[in-house]
Structure formats: C-alpha cells, structure tokens
Design a protein around this ligand. Structure first.
Ligand SMILES: [Zn+2]
Length: 141
C-alpha cells in the first residue's frame, strides 16, 4: 500500500498546490485529466515510493515487471518544460544513491486506453546532452 502523505502538504510534483488538490486524488484512483497531470502524478509516486502507482500507469506493452523505488534515489524537483498533445517534456532533479546530482530529461509519450492516460515510453529530448545542468532550478521543495 502506498505511503500516506499529508494532503495539506505541498505536492511532491512541485506544482505549488497541496497534495490533496494535486496528485493525491490520482494516487487514490482518479483518472488523470491530461498527460501532464499523469506525468506529474507519476513523478510524485516515484518521490513517495509508490511503486504500485508507477506500474499501474505504465502501458502493458512497455511496463517492466517491477520497479525498485527504495534504492536511495531522492527526487528533488520537477520542471515540465513542454506539454502538447500526447507528449510531455520534463526535467527531474535527482540525487543518486551515491550522492551525485543528476538531471533526468525526458520526452515522454502517453496513450489513452479505456479513458485513462498511460505512460508508453520516453526518450531524451532533442538537443539534450548529459545530465549536467548548472542553471537548473529545483522547484519548490
Ligand atoms: Zn502533484
């Protein structure tokens, strides 16, 4: 079962809204209205260690058998750079288990199945190189 996270606290996805008015309802089973909302809720699920939600919102064709969210990675912030159609481009600030900071950039593709958005796959966005990003912000934490 997912960890309880106080609904009045600011949402881990960095939207600035409270968890109870942002990703909380999605984690409780409400369908995501848009690919961006799903992407944010998946990031929040990673941050909260909610592996079940990560897997539930993954398209069956590309879903891994399991995900390990207890490897010590910390999720420091999310920035959605562009959301259009079925695509969301984002940058996530991570701190890896060895303490190193890393910026994950991805251009994610989502598909709607039976009225619910699912994550299909992602790739590095055009023009992105390595994770080093001196000017990155970490969003409200
Ligand atoms: Zn959120």
């Amino acid at each position: 079962m997912a960890l309880a996270y106080p609904p009045f606290k600011s949402c881990p996805c960095g939207s600035g809204r409270s968890y109870g008015h942002c990703c909380g309802p999605l984690h409780a089973g409400a369908p995501a209205p848009t690919p961006e909302a799903l992407m944010r809720s998946r990031y929040a699920a990673y941050a909260l260690g909610n592996a079940a939600y990560v897997l539930d919102t993954w398209h069956p064709d590309t879903r891994p058998a399991s995900v390990d969210l207890r490897d010590g990675t910390r999720y420091l912030g999310l920035r959605v750079r562009r959301a259009a159609g079925d695509r969301v481009e984002f940058a996530a600030q991570l701190r890896l288990p060895d303490g190193e900071r890393y910026t994950l950039r991805e251009d994610s593709v989502f598909v709607q199945v039976d009225g619910r958005w699912l994550y299909l796959d992602g790739r590095a966005p055009a023009g992105a190189d390595t994770g080093a990003d001196a000017g990155a912000d970490s969003g409200p934490a």
